[in-house]
Design a protein around this ligand. Structure first.
Ligand code: URP
Ligand code: ZN
Ligand code: ZN
Length: 457
């Protein structure tokens, strides 16, 4: 096939390898990585002095997410515009059932929106309670390509599931090549702490971090990990925010348990001192931001290899939604916007500073998220046959993050005023240039639903 596009002159980083190569694109896919200058095409992108990586895969991205009385403000077009502007070319969204809604109905509802996106999306399903239909629903979801199922040990009356439900879902999913993705915070400990805080008049956003303790997270991880180990099924822990939680997973892996840690960008670079600032509500997420010492310890786990993936846990609420109930964190909308800033803050904090190489950055932000969601090597790779989703980073460009310059459908960013060096200034999606010179230049909705293959993790 005649090449449509050549990305030439850059340093390519993919699949644990980094070196000088040109990326040849044909029919929306990577055709070959070749010696610099070996192949010419009518369309060429000059990547001299740039780093050429697979577009990011965000394994944790809530689009138009309803929880409690609030719905986050973006749709797929808005969320994926922000994603691609920040170098992410695949997102994994969530189909969390509303109370009383069947998992397959939630999946159909959320899947219907994907076509409005600028990039492709996969979906995590969700199960809250087990009934006579759940096993068949899970089989149907796996057949449709939803093989990862988010479950929560917190948010009573909303999305919390009990241990029996965890066990049954894991037992059913294992043979189907599926996996539970677990949000772990021991709800009884959280509620006990919240009640004590409320009695002491310390339940506003400024006290959020005091209501959801590291102990509550660690205890819940131990419980869910034990179920997975007993059943021999894989399990993925979303947004782990404590070193002790990550270490439990790493220790379990050493005895053969297929357990994986996801960290999210805000837990790696922001700390709980922000709850003492002028906008504590803007940082209310679960688990909360942790003390600086914990943030530092989490960073060492990213460096050491204990952290498998870095997601965003993007939730696009705005300041008005957050402040409307900021006197009581028990009813606040949880979650931070971050799909656009995930890669740039992690690159700046860990690659630019020399703490991790580009190969590991690509592993945790693209390849491993793709693999753990049944999307690799179509996504998260630049090897021949992969979708031609390519982010070309200028590692020298200096920017200051401000909400006004971002595309996220909200009025704030948790990183307001943060200087970063390095940005994905050109982004190719399916062989088409969608971001050029740092601007989104093609707004065509080409988003496809990505069915997950059976996981071999
Ligand atoms: O605070 C968070 N993380 N909100 C989004 C929902 C979830 O728990 O992932
Ligand atoms: Zn969660
Ligand atoms: Zn989340």
């Amino acid at each position: 096939m005649t090449p449509d596009l050549v990305v030439r002159g850059g340093t390519v980083v993919t699949d644990g390898w980094a070196g000088a190569a040109d990326v040849v694109v044909a029919g929306g896919r990577v055709q070959a990585l070749v010696e610099p200058g070996a192949v010419r095409a009518a369309d060429e992108l000059d990547a001299t002095g740039r780093v050429v990586v697979p577009g990011g895969v965000d394994p944790h991205c809530h689009v138009g997410f309803t929880s409690g009385g609030f719905t986050s403000l973006d749709d797929h077009r808005e969320c994926t515009t922000a994603a691609v502007a920040g170098g992410t070319t695949t997102i994994v969204d969530f189909a969390i059932p509303r109370p009383g809604e069947a998992p397959a109905d939630a999946a159909a509802r959320q899947r219907a929106k994907i076509g409005g996106g600028l990039v492709d999306s996969a979906l995590h399903a969700g199960v809250m309670e087990w009934d006579a239909a759940t096993a068949e629903q899970l089989r149907q979801l796996c057949d449709e390509g939803l093989r990862t199922v988010k479950m929560f040990t917190t948010y009573r009356g909303e999305s919390m599931a009990d241990e029996d439900t965890f066990l049954r879902v894991m037992k059913t999913l294992g043979p189907l090549g599926g996996m539970v993705v677990a949000h772990c915070e021991a709800n009884h400990l959280v509620e006990e702490q919240q009640a004590a805080q409320a009695a002491a008049g310390r339940i506003s956003a400024a006290h959020h971090h005091e209501t959801r303790t590291e102990l509550a997270e660690d205890a819940s991880v131990a419980e869910v990990l034990a179920i997975a180990e007993a059943l021999g099924t894989p399990v993925y822990f979303v947004h782990q925010s404590t070193a002790a939680a990550v270490d439990q997973v790493a220790t379990a892996r050493r005895r053969g348990v297929r357990a994986y840690t996801e960290s999210v960008a805000h837990h790696l670079v922001l700390d709980d001192s922000l709850y003492g600032g002028p906008h504590p509500e803007r940082f209310v997420c679960c688990p909360p931001l942790r003390p600086a010492a914990t943030v530092a310890e989490l960073g060492t786990r990213l460096v050491s290899g204990a952290v498998a993936t870095v997601g965003s846990d993007h939730c696009c609420y705005d300041t008005a939604q957050k402040t409307s109930v900021d006197h009581d964190v028990r009813v606040m909308p949880n979650g931070l916007p971050g799909v656009e800033t995930r890669l740039v803050v992690v690159q700046d904090a860990f690659v630019r500073t020399g703490r991790i190489p580009w190969t590991r950055f690509v592993e945790v932000t693209a390849a491993a998220p793709a693999r753990l969601n049944g999307l690799h090597p179509r996504k998260g790779s630049l090897l021949p046959g992969s979708d031609a989703d390519i982010a070309i980073w200028d590692p020298a460009v200096e920017r200051t993050i401000t909400a006004g310059a971002l595309h996220q459908a909200t009025d704030y960013t948790p990183y307001e005023g943060r200087p970063v060096t390095g940005w994905p200034t050109t982004v190719v999606v399916g062989g088409r240039v969608v971001v050029d010179g740092g601007r989104v230049v093609d707004h065509t909705a080409r988003g496809r639903f990505l069915p997950a293959a059976p996981l071999s993790v």
